[in-house]
Design a protein around this ligand. Structure first.
Ligand SMILES: [Zn+2]
Length: 461
């Protein structure tokens, strides 16, 4: 490695979620990977002799590239949409827009990948609606890489669970397990996402967990996202029951598969959580015992704060809370110490790995210039939850980087500024003249993020 030409970049500050936090720093890069990080001017002589190229970013805080722990790249073309206040109408509306605005899946995914990278995201846990969406991301691996996991979305409930599960498994088996990405330890890996407990039967979840044990597929699902989901799982009634009726997918066998037995979605899935390592999107409505189950099973959570509040699923005025008593879901808002907000802080305190996700661009504000970025999610929590100060800002950086990799079961070193890590960074402007911590400044200013990708730089010998 040392005999290779080195690119040296100078930054106003560098920080990662572990031990690196240096003002006026340099990063030495060779063959797409970091070979050294330290204070500017202190590059060891044995490396300095190989420097062939220097670049300066005199007003940037440089961190590892961000990780989007839950996203639907293939919905990017739909764009931000308003929320009427009724989840059911919204879902129907999105289905309609998807049909009307239909563009080739590959274009939608490419747009999503480009917007993600433009916003400083280098890794993503993407929910792929089709095999085509998986292929689209992989085809970009050389020119516009976005490493991480593509979770193939699976459906099938009631009598359709087994036949659909079989077909989906067959399709997944035809997809190569991993596509490598230059400069990265792991490239783009295949995973499975049974959609959600109201659309996907237990048999499909069991099939996914089993296949994951055999072939190391990563696992994800939507979990405890809405009160309507809790009602459906507990009682087999409500909005999602209506949906299944509308689509002629409801049959009585659904009631033999754990639905309508008074269970919470986490309890509905508990056995499968024990059998594999899952990344659960949302988890807006959990009681203490469910957080305990996630901690015990090593389950990760992808929290998408802007999306959750967009639907009014948490936060905002304490309207909703994790209320779960005697097999009943209640929209009380005062349960526990969550104050009606998402309980990610409590989850973290109890050892649950919580990362940040965007979900889809649909739930993002129309005036957000970097809707596919993780930085807006960090700033949103920083403001909403008053996470002022270096320690909380550092926690947000951890949720935006390391925790996302852990959630995908990918190497956390890849998003730390360590020797051997991929040279893919997120840079944001701050004021180096100011004494305030650079990351705190970035949380408080409105500067956009940019991706600094040196993983593909090839310098001629
Ligand atoms: Zn989602």
């Amino acid at each position: 490695m040392k005999s290779q030409p080195i690119t040296l970049i100078h930054c106003a500050a560098v920080q990662d979620a572990a031990n690196i936090n240096i003002r006026n720093a340099s990063i030495a890069i060779s063959s797409g990977r970091i070979v050294w990080v330290g204070p500017r001017g202190q590059l060891p002589e044995d490396l300095a002799q190989y420097v062939v190229n220097e670049q300066s970013y005199d007003d940037l805080l440089v961190t590892p590239a961000h990780v989007n722990a839950h996203v639907h790249l293939d919905l990017t073309h739909v764009g931000p949409q308003p929320f009427s206040g009724c989840f059911g109408d919204w879902l129907r509306g999105i289905r309609r827009i998807r049909t009307e605005k239909a563009i080739p899946v590959k274009e939608a995914v490419a747009q999503g990948v480009r917007l993600s990278r433009d916003a400083g995201v280098g890794y993503a846990a993407d929910i792929a609606g089709t095999v085509e969406a998986i292929e689209a991301r992989r085809e970009l691996a050389e020119l516009m890489p976005l490493a991480g996991v593509s979770y193939m979305e699976w459906f099938g409930i009631g009598e359709m669970a087994e036949p659909r599960g079989e077909v989906q498994e067959q399709k997944l088996r035809e997809v190569p397990y991993e596509t490598s990405v230059s400069g990265h330890t792991r490239g783009i890996v295949a995973g499975i996402q049974p959609h959600a407990p109201y659309s996907t039967g237990r048999q499909v979840y069991m099939r996914a967990a089993k296949l994951s044990r055999q072939r190391a597929y990563r696992l994800s699902t939507h979990m405890a996202e809405s009160m309507e989901e809790l009602e459906f799982v507990a009682k087999g009634s409500g909005l999602f029951r209506q949906f299944l009726d509308e689509m002629e997918m409801w049959d009585e066998s659904i009631l033999e598969q754990g639905i309508g037995e008074g269970l919470h979605p986490v309890e509905f899935l508990e056995r499968q959580l024990q059998r594999g390592r899952w990344l659960l999107a949302h988890c807006n409505f959990l009681a203490d015992k469910h957080i305990e189950i996630l901690a015990e099973t090593g389950t990760s959570v992808a929290y998408c704060p802007i999306a959750s509040d967009y639907f009014g699923h948490t936060g905002q005025g304490g309207k909703h809370a994790a209320v779960w008593e005697n097999g009943e879901c209640k929209d009380g808002g005062t349960e526990g110490d969550s104050g009606g907000r998402h309980r990610y802080r409590e989850m973290l305190a109890r050892g649950v790995n919580v990362a940040l996700g965007v979900d889809s661009v649909i739930c993002q504000p129309e005036d957000e210039g970097q809707a596919m970025g993780i930085l807006p999610q960090m700033r949103y929590l920083y403001e909403r939850d008053e996470m002022y100060g270096e320690e909380d800002a550092g926690l947000l950086l951890r949720m935006a980087t390391v925790n996302g990799m852990l959630g995908m079961d990918m190497p956390e070193e890849d998003v730390l500024l360590l020797e051997g890590s991929p040279a893919v960074f997120c840079g944001v402007v701050f004021n180096p003249e100011e004494g305030t911590d650079p990351l705190v400044q970035v949380m408080e200013n409105h500067e956009p993020a940019r991706l600094l990708d040196f993983s593909m730089v090839q310098i001629p010998e």
